[in-house]
Design a protein around this ligand. Structure first.
Ligand SMILES: [Zn+2]
Length: 123
């Protein structure tokens, strides 16, 4: 979640003596710890697997209750993957917008998707 875009403009933004000017706003997010990175790489792999195996079964992505909005959000597999890839690339995940008028029946909780994959592999 990136709140910076919603903040009022910095009154010192064009002041070369701005005490905060050493903070480069274009600077990438702090590097990920190795275990964080490994977890995201694994999640990304799972999202791609979901995309390949669950899309043909009518599941287009993930739904979850967002703690920021207190509303349900619906993310296509592709958006999930893009967000994870952005995080791995050291960029802030840009996408927070839920899909416009999603077909809510085409989205499942993440745990359900993982359970479904497990079930498919067990056969
Ligand atoms: Zn939200």
């Amino acid at each position: 979640m990136n709140y910076d875009a919603m903040m009022p403009r910095d009154p010192f933004a064009d002041d070369p003596n701005d005490p905060a000017s050493f903070l480069d706003p274009e600077e990438p997010a702090p590097p990920l710890e190795n275990d964080e990175r490994a977890a995201i790489v694994e999640d990304l792999r799972l999202v791609r697997e979901c995309q390949a195996k669950l899309t043909p079964r009518g599941m287009r992505g993930i739904l979850f209750l967002c703690e920021d909005c207190d509303e349900w959000h619906y993310y296509d597999w592709e958006i999930m993957a893009a967000n994870m890839q952005a995080t791995l690339d050291g960029k802030l995940a840009a996408v927070h917008e839920p899909s416009a008028e999603p077909d809510v029946h085409a989205y499942v909780p993440w745990d359900y998707a993982l359970g479904y994959l497990d079930g498919m592999e067990a056969r």
